[in-house]
Design a protein around this ligand. Sequence first.
Ligand code: B12
Length: 225
Amino acid sequence: MRIAPVGSDEALPAAVVEGERDEARAFTAAILAGDHEAARRLLQAALRSGLGHVHERIVAPALEEVGRRWYDNRITVADEHLASAVAQAAVASLYPLIRWPAGGPRAVVGCAEPERHTFGARMVADLLASDGWQTTFTSGGSSLTRALEDAGPGAVRLVAVSITLGAHVPAARALIERVRESAPGAKILVGGRAVAALPDAVKLLGADAIAASASEAVRVARAWR
Ligand code: B12
């Protein structure tokens, strides 16, 4: 496999500060090398600083860097798939180590089909769960509405929808309409790469609020508990 050096400071977004930069850089190298063991060890050690730190300061910047290299043709699609699979496995290895709060209001988090970028939604679900929400993560839209129906009327307080590709905005909008029918009392929060680029996203999507990150999602959702 071809792996570009992860040496220079331009290799990671400016928002990542020293220390965090080292962790994100090491994680980027581990996932690009397909090194499950190194990726898992790094995240398990970083969990001391919190799940938000792991997701937003290590995993998200590393995936962003992977996307940049893929876009620049410095790695192949196969390299990108491998890196994202190793990152997901490393994140999953943390779940048994976390003490998730019990009780709390219910939230359902997912994407609209055919969105396959589920990692951002997963991060939102994880941080909501660690903030005390009883969270169900559903990757696709049909499983999201089924989760609302299964929960029953009034059971779900918050629905969060992630949109990465602009082409999926109409599907997300249709999903939100269905959510309004299935769970009329629920608050709807939207976010993701496509939302950041959308003027007046709340109105266009028929949502209650938008948030730029998983930790901002937690702050917004606190007002609805
Ligand atoms: C991994 C990856 C994939 C994986 C996804 C695996 C998975 N299970 O998620 C796979 C291989 C499936 C994939 C496929 C494709 N991908 Co892709 N992918 C990526 C990559 C490298 C990382 C995405 C990621 O996980 N980022 C990390 C997460 C955490 O970031 P995030 O989603 O933005 O989430 C943060 C915030 O946005 C926010 N947030 C996210 N969701 C929500 C929701 C709520 C409610 C809130 C409040 C906040 C919030 O919180 C998160 C952190 O705080 C990106 C590169 C990049 N720069 O993002 C490209 C990227 C997104 N992909 C891209 C493309 C083009 C594609 C394909 C079209 C490629 C193709 N030709 O097949 C397909 C489309 C598939 C589909 N139908 O959706 C482009 C999109 C360009 C654009 N138009 O915007 C990118 C940017 C790569 C690039 N540089 O060109 N991809």
